[in-house]
Design a protein around this ligand. Sequence first.
Ligand code: GLU
Length: 498
Amino acid sequence: MSENGSLPVRVRFAPSPTGPFHIGSARTALFNWLFARHHGGTFILRIEDTDRKRFDPDAMPLLLDGLRWLGLEWDEGPEVGGEYGPYFQSERSALYQEWAEWLVEHDLAYRCYCTEERLAEVRERQKAARQDPGYDRHCRTLAPEERARLHAERGGEHVIRFKMPLEGTTTVHDILRDDITFDNRRLQDLVLLKSDGLPTYHLANVVDDHFMAISHILRAEEWISSAPVHKNLYAAFGWEMPQIAHLPVILNPSGKGKLSKRSAGFTEGGRKVPVLLHEFQEAGYVPEAIVNFLTNVGWSFGDDREVFTVEETIARFDLKRVNPAGSVFPVEKLDWLNGVYLRDMAPERLAALLQPVFERAGYRAELDRLTQVVPLIQVRIKTLNDALDMAGFLFTEQFVPAPPEQLVPKKMDAAATRAALERALEMLEGLPDWRAETQEAAMRALVEEMGLKAGQLFGALRVATTAQAVSPPLFESMEVLGREASLARIRLAIDSLA
Ligand code: GLU
């Protein structure tokens, strides 16, 4: 049920496939999906691909994979079908032509024969006179003979323009922003159908929302200026306009300016801020954290809670808690949030998620070994990629030892380090088993025996076996690494200190 009536809720996410899937678009998709799921309605994916010049063939797979990765399954649309298809606007041209012609027949739109050159002249004239740019409505009032003459002269080539009301105001009711009133004198006679017979955004969007029985339009704030155009189109057709909400723009983490495609890669406090969904995937974030994170951009769960499941969000989602003011992209929260999800995840799932990450980085990562490693790193990583730095040493086939000077602990020299490692090797070689506890007991005894600090010996062993200064707990790591490999690495270290 809709919020104010008995129409079934049908919402659409209507991206144009002109580039990679931007995180702001993902937020729009998410809010539509949450709204549909909350109301037991239908979530529709419609591809607004009428701008053939800007069409990017890579966009579709990124979009479909991205939506599925986030768990935003669509009920109607590409690959799943539905009763209101086709769901690609490029396959619906006949419908747009029919309704553009209908408007012309009813004197609500007109054929415009103006050439590019004439339009350029008009622009120049307006610029010189410091007037607002826009079409001067030359063809709106042509006498029939003149119209016929131009039609013949241009070989029938024309566009169809909408007859915008010339006076008065247009008021659009926005669910989040109440009434927004526009001065009709500032509205243009926009092109609805281009000379190639393809529709512009406005015509296709309105015709499709009507014929797909869309109940609510939830779209980004940047479309507000289109709302009065659409409202007048609905009025011309005599159709009821869906309810509409313009979702708040997402601002850069600094709060200055919109998070746009151009923000990609800009650094915030020295780190790269991803803005494209596939960049978040590649950076090692998990979808449930991204969904939770995006839910917090412009909406609040309440009760001061920042972590919640998608089921909890569906149960609670309403538009009343969307804040129409622009929301800053709190990217610094994302690492923390992702860490929370990784920590609470079933270890088998984490191992499965880590496998492709390790493989992409060139490691041979068997699931068995990853499953052993997960308990050592699960609470220590914030992204999947952190696991590479943390545990890569367990998977390298060609171990590259750390430079010898890194082996030498504070207040020790190379000779003393070598002596300590030689003694450690001897004791470790003689251990009855390779469990972490057994190793640790022996090494603590050695610390006593040699009058060292635990940190000194353990530090040298850590660098020797992992070639890293930071690693998961030392003896657990050596247990997973295995006796043979651990001892071999310690021997290498000893040799390097010679
Ligand atoms: N195709 C538009 C876009 O790319 C759709 C805007 C709307 O939802 O009306 O965002």
